[in-house]
Design a binder for this molecule. Structure first.
Ligand code: CO
Length: 164
């Protein structure tokens, strides 16, 4: 396993807006990519990471909302309902946070690293993280869903709260 470099919007904005291709080969290369993405996600203390953020234009995502790593290959939101407003950030947009509107509940269909199809349903943070990561695969950043960015003052309060 290896830590990969996370692309950021200020330097790699054009790349991060590209559309990713479907994963077609469920091989060792994909397994290594997913392992590396999980390690990179944990190192960065993130909730989710898409392959495009480490420079790979394939539809693969890892999510960890604190209950272990979920690996999503070729994920699609097949159902969504409700609405929630929450605070969102992105490992590719460091230091910026905003309030976003997203579905409260989603059902996602995806494949695992061996190509086996599965579905899951998620609410709240898992719904937000799923939508955020699947957006990345179409070159969409969370900024498109922001209703208001957090101010410098709010960010300072957040980091002092985290310090405790
Ligand atoms: Co992101």
């Amino acid at each position: 396993m290896a830590i990969r470099n996370i692309l950021t919007e200020d330097k790699d904005g054009d790349f991060l807006h590209k559309k990713c291709r479907a994963v077609e080969k469920f091989d060792k290369r994909l397994a290594v990519l997913l392992d590396d993405m999980a390690e990179t996600l944990h190192k960065a203390n993130g909730v989710g990471l898409a392959a495009i953020q480490v420079g790979v234009l394939r539809r693969a995502v890892v999510i960890d909302i604190g209950q272990g790593v979920m690996e999503l290959v070729n994920p699609v939101v097949v159902e969504q309902s409700g609405e929630q407003e929450s605070m969102e950030g992105c490992l590719s947009i460091p230091g910026k946070w905003g309030m976003t509107k997203r579905p409260k509940h989603v059902k996602v269909r995806a494949q695992d690293r061996n190509g086996k199809a599965f579905e899951y349903e998620g609410d709240d943070l898992l719904a937000t993280a799923s939508c955020h990561e699947i957006d990345h695969l179409d070159g969409i950043l969370f900024l498109s869903h922001v209703t208001r960015m957090l101010t410098e003052e709010e960010l300072k309060k957040m980091s002092s709260a985290e310090g405790k």
